[in-house]
Design a protein around this ligand. Sequence first.
Ligand SMILES: Cc1cc2nc3c(=O)[nH]c(=O)nc-3n(C[C@H](O)[C@H](O)[C@H](O)COP(=O)(O)OP(=O)(O)OC[C@H]3O[C@@H](n4cnc5c(N)ncnc54)[C@H](O)[C@@H]3O)c2cc1C
Length: 474
Amino acid sequence: MPASEQVDVVVIGAGISGLAAAHWLSRKGIDVRVLEKESEPGGTMKTVREEGYLVELGPNSALETTPLISQLVSETGLQQDFLYANPAGRNRYIVKHGKLHALPLSPLSFLTTPLFSASAKLRLLREPFIERATHEESIAEFVRRRLGEEFLTYAIDPFVAGIYAARPDMLSVRSAFPKLFALEERYGGLLRGMVMGRRERKTRFERSKDRAKTFSFRNGMQSFPKRIADGLGRNVLLSARVTGIRDSGRNEVSEESDGARFLVEYLHADRSAELRARTVILATPARIAASLLKALSSPLARTLESVTYSPVASVFLGYNREDVGHALTGFGFLVPSVEQRRILGCLWSSSLFPGRAPEGRVGMTVFIGGGRQPELAALHNDKLVDLAASELKNIVQIRGKPVYWKCTSWPQAIPQYELGYDEKMQAVTDFEGESPGIFLCSNYRGGISVGDCIMSAAAVAQRAEEYLRRFQDR
Ligand SMILES: Cc1cc2nc3c(=O)[nH]c(=O)nc-3n(C[C@H](O)[C@H](O)[C@H](O)COP(=O)(O)OP(=O)(O)OC[C@H]3O[C@@H](n4cnc5c(N)ncnc54)[C@H](O)[C@@H]3O)c2cc1C
């Protein structure tokens, strides 16, 4: 790419957010370039094949919460590789007093489950009559008020650890679980809202996260961003780290100006280069967006810097099948904090999708650290393996030692949607309003799941396209 080449849109970051946005812009005939600092696309979606195992270093799967996912899969020709999880993956377990208990999937199993006491179950009858909150609440406050302490302890606390690697007292219910929060806001209660909300989602062809299907790909999650990047061809530049964005201020459409007001500077193969663009989409973690936008708005940079991320270590362990007493028919298990263990949960990776472990072996992914025990995420690999193996031993009845392992530390794994988060994101929206042509999208905005990132990317692509329309027919 020659220096100072001009394009319509520069997308910074080739994670799923940036690539999905670039894909949709490119399909509209818009000239888009993606700059990615790493040597391969995917960001957090990272897959490795080793010794017959397929190991996910980031997400093991995702939920099909929006039709945009199947649209993207078919537009990139990945349908053949698309896999739904084994139906047994509906079985999810919670550790209680050191033993695994299935999360109830039907009203009858809910009534009989030993996960919750009779009084906790009876307490639910009060839920529809509980008043709305009067101030912004943490997830813990919200659940304690509406559902009671036991639901917080044995359902929501492990669930929040599984999704956000966080503690429920750390996150804002309004920002982290906006749909749950909306049930109270719009319908006055969770039970009432669940019934009414289902009807509304049907009309939007969306699925709630508890009903959406789990999916991955034959060659793992990273094959998705890789295929999107393949489709964009030479318009994705890898090993290209963006170092700065300059705004020449020529934002008015006039005879003299072509509207290419942004100069995006980057390093590629140790050489500086730049691209001139009409639009810039920042699809990087918040702290990177902060450093790149500092020169344009220091208040916004401070807001983005204040977004915290929890650290997570992911430890994949391979065992001989005969050494594992548990049948592993299910998704895996989550651990409530009250159990005082040193892992957040475990996915039974080789039970969910075929081809994740060699014949006669099983593979499991253990998550360690999070907001609960951040210091554990920073342990050395050998310590992580020992810790994960010793925690698994009694829970899934393991007799032997792991025969394969792979550790990945994510010091900044998951953005934390803390109290006051909506105000931070409002500052991002305000900045976009004041700086036409710059857009921000990534998992710190609009949801952390792969599906949420894809929805945010579609919205940003549409706004960028609308912005670019002003330069047409000139
Ligand atoms: C351990 C783990 C498990 C997870 N499990 C699940 C799961 O089961 N299901 C689910 O739905 N989600 C899961 N997630 C969350 C999900 O994977 C992420 O939220 C999502 O992939 C984020 O995508 P993104 O494109 O927004 O950001 P990223 O993937 O972080 O992409 C940002 C990109 O920007 C690039 N970049 C940064 N700085 C620069 C620069 N200066 N110049 C150029 N490029 C730059 C980075 O290299 C990166 O490629 C998990 C996350 C982690 C860490």
